[in-house]
Ligand binder design. Structure first.
Ligand code: ADP
Ligand code: MG
Length: 255
């Protein structure tokens, strides 16, 4: 049995689009229980990396292992079932569905064939469905959205939508949470609250891979930081390590 403590292993991962190498021979690991941040300028390859881990984009080359097993050829839903959940740089909530239904969709990602009935608003009143609803409501309560459970998701304020997206990701009970710019577009106070939420989740044992431009958040939250530029790693280490790295200063901070 393996006992490396690495939940995610990215090995020599490459993704080429026509004319662009978005991710270029990238290797790194995420330890179980840590918050690891991926930073870098626009176009560095951060979202492409997430898309390859979640299974939306196929790598050109390289391997991704989750809990010791190759996942890079598995369909998205199978990766979700194994415990990988994500949020998106550009909010992807179902605006015409209720807040509660949005969270239920996340829950269904973990479950069996009932996803379709949730998407199609087919009422189902089985015990399993009831249990899912109870779990979803508990999540909404945890995030202060319980009063909005039956409102249309599209009627929420922007900050609430960001929180809802996080709640939906958590509904699948993931072991690895991929967060693509969770603080983007949030005012200062709400960004701080989001950081606090992520810290709490981590204290409860959640492993997090975080893409974020808010440096205060990255530096205060992350156990480990990977700096990308042009799809390649230019630095990796603690906040203190990368802050002092000359290539980071020139490539990323433009100094
Ligand atoms: P980041 O999230 O770090 O800003 P991205 O992963 O979105 O970077 O993009 C990395 C590079 O790959 C950019 O040059 C971008 O234009 C390119 N790219 C991303 N997605 C696609 C795509 N679907 N087709 C072609 N090029 C893409
Ligand atoms: Mg991006």
């Amino acid at each position: 049995p393996r006992n490396t403590g690495d939940l995610l292993e990215v090995e020599n991962l490459t993704c080429r689009f026509a004319g662009v190498t978005a991710v270029d021979d990238l290797s790194f690991r995420v330890k179980a229980g840590e918050i690891k941040a991926v930073i870098g300028p626009n176009g560095a390859g951060k979202s492409t990396l997430f898309n390859m881990i979640a299974g939306v984009t196929r790598p050109t080359d390289g391997a991704i292992k989750f809990d010791g097993a190759r996942i890079d050829r598995l369909p998205t839903h199978e990766r979700a079932r194994r415990g990988i959940a994500r949020t998106f740089q550009n909010l992807q909530i179902f605006r015409e569905m209720s807040v509660l239904e949005n969270v239920m969709v996340g829950r269904h990602l973990r479950g069996r064939a009932t996803t379709l009935s949730a998407l199609l608003h087919v009422p189902s009143v089985g015990a399993e469905e009831r249990a899912m609803e109870t779990t979803a409501m508990a999540l909404l309560e945890r995030f202060g959205l319980a009063a909005k459970a039956h409102a249309l998701a599209g009627s929420l304020a922007f900050g609430q939508m960001k929180v809802l997206e996080l709640a939906r990701a958590l509904a699948s009970e993931p072991r690895l949470l991929l967060l693509d710019e969770p603080a983007a577009g949030l005012p200062h106070a709400e960004a701080d609250k989001m950081a606090e939420t992520i810290r709490d989740l981590n204290r409860d044992g959640m492993t997090v891979l975080l893409v974020e431009h808010n440096m205060r958040m990255v530096m205060s939250l992350s156990h480990d930081i990977l700096v990308l530029n042009n799809g390649r790693r230019i630095a990796e280490g603690t906040a203190e390590d990368v802050r002092r790295h000359p290539e980071v200063l020139s490539a990323y901070l433009g100094e």
